[in-house]
Design a binder for this molecule. Structure first.
Ligand SMILES: Nc1ncnc2c1ncn2[C@@H]1O[C@H](COP(=O)(O)OP(=O)(O)OP(=O)(O)O)[C@@H](O)[C@H]1O
Length: 579
């Protein structure tokens, strides 16, 4: 993977602002030469030839004009480069978020969230210096010295020759130092993203660490990780300073040689004062873009290192949609059963399938309860139905269409999902509920709140529906969060309902509210529920028993009781625990 080529590809897609930036930068270089010419002319006329002020007015005016123009071109050049960079940043961020979205929550869970967020936010930010500074500087470092050398060569071949001989030393040193700088910046970036992942992990697991008296150990580990990062950063800085020093040295020595040469020829009368001054003014500006290229190279390096992780995300192919069936025209789909035909799924990196040879029919507008021991594959089955992952083998069809041929958004519109631990955003309660239907009317909202028993709870909140509920719903109990998820499902009013029945709420009053809400929600919908309560299981029109990734039993409550096996045993256990 050639990163630079891929970054250039991004640049090519948004080239206009960069072309404008480079043209403006080149015009600014032209203004610089004109400025130097008029400055040397003014000084020569005023001090050597003692010209009257009236004859200096025009050159002074032109000098001021070129100075203003140079500033304007430089400003425009920076603005355009920044504008282009913002467009690229936005584009790459959108591509990344849509790839992460397409890869689904299973992929997001499999990577450290701290590391992922560092890559998405800081990684994209790190591209700034690469595009807005380093790339335009490559062109300025090529063009400006050539322009200046070309002009100096015409009137003073010796100075021009010195410039042309010393100039290549700068890129040469840059290449030599750049190689080790690149490896060090890579290391620094990797250490930083690893440290972010570790930090978030520790932060999220702090209560657990405290309970197991492990917080000091983690603190030490974090300190060690910080030290590694400090070390990596110092190494990068050392190389950057060494590089600056070398480039400054070449520039200064080159300027000094030109100055000595000019001085000698001035004394022997081989050069006019004005021309000598003109060359002396321009010489530092000959080296400046080359030296700046060195500095900007180091600033851009972080972007190159970050882009390796960014492209690694973009390269992960999202599950492919075979043939996009227009779900909108599939009117009958709402009332159609869903068929699982020989479905198998193995998690990436796992040697054992989580589901194997699943054949089942989910009847339309009826309730199917999924039961089975922990780790048997219930959630995996639900994830396949939700298309968080696609089956490795076999197919899931509705109305004769494989569900993965339906556009993902259209499929998700048909489903309400109520997980065990619903995700709540750091927003108001209203915003969290309206996530299901942005344009819900106040009547719809009222009904959803009433049906989930949230209406009474909201009255106890200081700001009612406008109360901020904190990150991951920090201010809500597990039961309240579940009710928010149910309210979302009521608002969405989708024909397919996928539920993971709550297990952990002991308050009998709340349990009755939740159960009644769920029962009402299930009415008239195709429901798949990972069921834990006897009552829910018993009232389901179909029960599917999963064990070790396979369907071991299916049927109604009475049928399964008659057959014996896991269902009957689990039922007996539950009854015993209740009594
Ligand atoms: N992201 C994952 N990567 C690898 N293996 C996984 C992943 N998620 C689940 N598994 C494995 O797949 C199998 C089925 O897991 P699944 O979560 O579907 O079980 P479950 O029946 O829902 O369990 P529970 O009732 O405890 O929630 C288990 O062996 C589990 O270890």
């Amino acid at each position: 993977m050639n990163i630079d080529r891929r970054l250039f590809q991004l640049l090519k897609e948004e080239r206009t602002p960069f072309i404008l930036s480079i043209i403006a930068g080149i015009l600014a270089a032209g203004m610089l030469v004109a400025q130097a010419y008029y400055l040397s002319h003014i000084i020569d006329s005023a001090f050597m030839r003692k010209t009257g002020i009236e004859n200096l007015l025009l050159p002074l005016g032109l000098f001021a004009l070129f100075s203003i123009l140079r500033m304007a071109f430089n400003w425009f050049s920076h603005t355009e480069a920044n504008r282009g960079t913002i467009i690229i940043r936005k584009k790459i961020f959108n591509r990344l978020t849509s790839t992460v979205g397409d890869l689904g929550p299973i992929h997001a869970k499999s990577v450290q969230s701290g590391r992922l967020s560092t890559t998405l936010l800081k990684g994209v930010e790190a591209l700034d210096a690469y595009f807005s500074q380093y790339i335009p500087q490559i062109f300025f470092a090529l063009f400006t010295p050539l322009l200046i050398a070309g002009i100096i060569l015409q009137g003073d071949p010796i100075s021009g020759g010195i410039l042309l001989i010393t100039a290549p030393l700068i890129p040469l040193f840059m290449i030599l130092i750049g190689k080790s700088a690149s490896a060090m910046t890579d290391k620094q970036w990797k250490t930083m993203s690893r440290m972010s992942g570790f930090f978030l992990d520790v932060l999220q697991g702090l209560p657990t660490l405290k309970l197991f008296a492990q917080s000091q150990r983690q603190h030490d580990a974090f300190e060690k990780s910080g030290e590694t990062f400090r070390h990596a950063t110092m190494n990068v800085l050392k190389v950057a300073f060494l590089s600056s020093l070398t480039l400054e040295l070449v520039g200064t020595i080159g300027t000094a040689i030109v100055a000595v040469g000019i001085g000698l020829r001035l004394m022997t009368g081989h050069l006019t004062f004005q021309h000598a001054l003109f060359v002396l003014i321009l010489t530092p500006d000959f080296y400046l873009p080359l030296r700046q290229l060195g500095t900007k190279f180091h600033a851009g390096m972080e972007g190159v290192s970050a882009s390796k992780e960014l492209f690694a995300i973009l390269d992960q192919s999202a599950p492919s949609a075979v043939q996009q069936v227009d779900f909108a025209v599939q009117e009958g789909a709402k009332k159609s059963p869903i068929h699982f035909s020989d479905v198998s799924y193995t998690y990436p990196g796992s040697s054992r399938p989580a589901l194997e040879g699943i054949n089942a029919t989910i009847p339309a507008e009826k309730t199917t309860a999924i039961i089975g021991p922990s780790g048997s594959g219930k959630s995996t089955l639900i994830n396949l139905l939700l298309r968080f992952q696609d089956p490795g083998k076999g197919s899931i069809t509705i109305n004769d269409n494989p569900i993965h041929a339906i556009p993902l958004e259209a499929w998700h519109k048909q489903i309400s999902w109520v997980p065990q631990h619903p995700y709540l955003f750091n927003a108001t309660l209203r915003e969290n509920i309206l996530l299901a239907k942005r344009d819900a009317s106040s009547e719809e909202m009222e009904i959803a709140l009433k049906k989930t028993g949230l209406a009474t709870f909201i009255k106890t909140l200081p700001q009612g529906l406008e109360t901020m509920i904190g990150e991951e719903g920090a201010r809500l109990s597990g039961g309240e969060a579940q009710r928010v998820a149910l309210a979302r499902a009521f608002l969405k009013n989708a024909p397919l309902l996928v539920l993971d029945e709550p297990t952990s709420h002991t308050d009998p009053e709340l349990e009755t509210v939740l159960r009644n809400s769920i029962q009402e929600l299930m009415r008239g919908r195709t429901t798949v529920i990972i069921a834990h309560r006897l009552e829910t299981i018993r009232s389901a029109e179909q029960i599917i028993v999963i064990s070790e990734g396979k369907i071991t039993q299916s049927g109604t409550h009475d049928e399964l009781i008659a057959k014996g096996g896991f269902y009957q045993e689990a039922l007996l256990l539950q009854q015993e625990s209740v009594s």
